[in-house]
Design a protein around this ligand. Structure first.
Ligand code: PHE
Length: 447
């Protein structure tokens, strides 16, 4: 337990907190995963389902997390312990474990973005112009030294920011990285939608195709929503724990969810118009980002610059999320085990890096598959499709049934600010969210 003498760190300003929380939410999930999920799952039909899930269940669970964290002023495990105890801290525990797992493979893919940023200037575009972007990607991910080196560089940067603390580390960096990310996104959108033939891409991206919508699509939207909003694992509990008692929680939850959804949606406006304008087949999965897009950039005048800018965008998105994942783990070791921030940051950062090495090696076939999935995909599946939804169910049930009075007080700042959606929020947490998550979870849980 913390000794209580040292004052807990706090966000310097509301803006700083919003940028940090949005930074956590906006990540590889938005730019790397969302667009191809839309393309593969019925275009506009998926977008509608996604929006519905995010702005009912997503915002509600985020608000619940903020309330738990700010009330207790502790990490995910400590918060449940302090508010209720019993078996509830296990929910926080699951979150800390998810933090370790997600960051382990996240750091790998984020490392690729750094590598590709540099490669944009050192031959990637020329290779892509010869139609060999796929071979280049294959060669890169099968090169153990390369992938581990870039993963290590990325993890070191993540460790550095978290080591600097909440106000002068995470907040400080997010405050310029997030506006930078938006600016780059806008520049890339303008470039992409003004290409000749961009309209076909917009059609592929957004034209609703309800024939593709089945049970699995709801699971995909929900899993993606949870992952994208950084929910279900105590990330927003941890960030909420550094919030001042004066902050208004509901508007913060809506703002963060809105920013996250905007970036995901806008990323598709960068990718698909460009892909279709140059008549490239839109690939699926990581291939879309690391194979298809370099081929697209190769066809643009100034391709190197566009490519570097795009991968820099991905890197910014990734690092502001990675620091939040590490912070969940660091906050736990700090609050509960009394470790200092430097000790927790370095040791946990190193452990997570090592945990990620099998993921880093898995795409090159250096690591056996796990039941037919690459190791990286298996870790992604377990954390995103199992741990996060389970966490979401328990967090909703906790505020809806176990700690409702306390949660209501926390959300209204002790009855001093109105919250018009209280009844809706309560019933979403009590019934809608747990039932929807459980239903979708069980019906669509396919390995
Ligand atoms: N939200 C991040 C993304 O979309 C990933 C993330 C998940 C970060 C969970 C923190 C916690 O990439």
């Amino acid at each position: 337990m913390s000794n209580g003498i040292e004052q807990r760190e706090q966000w310097g300003s509301r803006m700083g907190f919003i940028f940090a929380a949005a930074g956590s939410a906006v990540g590889l999930g938005n730019i790397w995963k969302f667009p191809y999920m839309v393309g593969a799952n019925g275009g506009g039909a998926f977008v509608v389902i996604y929006l519905a899930i995010v702005f009912t269940i997503g915002v509600s669970v985020m608000l619940a997390e903020f309330a738990i964290g700010r009330n207790a002023g502790l990490n995910a495990v400590g918060s449940f312990k302090k508010i209720k105890g019993g078996a509830w801290p296990l929910v926080g525990w699951m979150g800390v474990i998810a933090g370790f797992l997600i960051l382990s493979f996240y750091g790998v893919v984020a490392g690729w973005t750094l590598a590709y940023m540099v490669k944009s200037f050192t031959g990637l575009i020329a290779i892509a112009a010869e139609g060999k972007a796929g071979d280049a990607f294959g060669a890169f991910v099968s090169n153990p030294t390369q992938v581990i080196l870039w993963q290590a560089i990325f993890m070191l940067m993540t460790i550095w920011i978290v080591y600097k603390g909440i106000g002068s580390g995470i907040e400080q960096y997010c405050k310029w990285m997030m506006p930078g990310l938006f600016l780059i996104l806008l520049i890339l959108i303008v470039r992409s939608v003004t290409l000749e033939g961009a309209g076909k891409g917009l059609e592929f991206y957004l034209k609703p195709d309800f024939s593709k919508v089945h049970g699995g699509v709801f699971l995909a939207a929900l899993g993606q929503g949870f992952f994208s909003l950084s929910l279900g694992m105590g990330c927003m509990i941890t960030y909420g724990s550094y919030l001042s008692k004066k902050e208004v929680l509901p508007s913060a939850a809506v703002t963060v969810s809105f920013l996250d959804t905007c970036v995901a949606f806008l990323a598709g406006l960068v990718i698909f118009p460009a892909v279709f304008a140059f008549g490239v087949e839109p690939g699926a999965g990581p291939g879309l980002t690391f194979i298809t897009l370099p081929s697209v950039f190769a066809k643009m005048p100034g391709g190197m610059i566009w490519s570097a800018l795009f991968f820099f965008l991905l890197f910014l998105a990734a690092i502001t999320s990675a620091i939040s994942l590490l912070e969940v783990c660091v906050a736990y070791f700090k609050d509960e085990l009394g470790w200092s921030r430097p000790k927790a940051t370095w040791i946990l950062g190193l452990v997570i890096f090592l945990l990620g090495v099998p993921s880093a090696l898995s795409l090159g076939g250096h690591i056996p598959q796990v039941a037919g999935k690459d190791f990286l995909d298996a870790v992604d599946f377990v954390s995103s499709n199992v741990l996060l939804p389970l966490g979401g169910i328990f967090i909703s049930l906790f505020v809806g049934w176990v700690w409702l009075d306390g949660a209501e007080k926390e959300i209204t700042n002790n009855g001093t600010i109105p919250f018009g959606f209280m009844t809706a929020w309560v019933w979403i947490c009590r019934i809608v969210a747990p039932v929807a998550i459980a239903y979708i979870f069980f019906s669509g849980l396919k390995w």
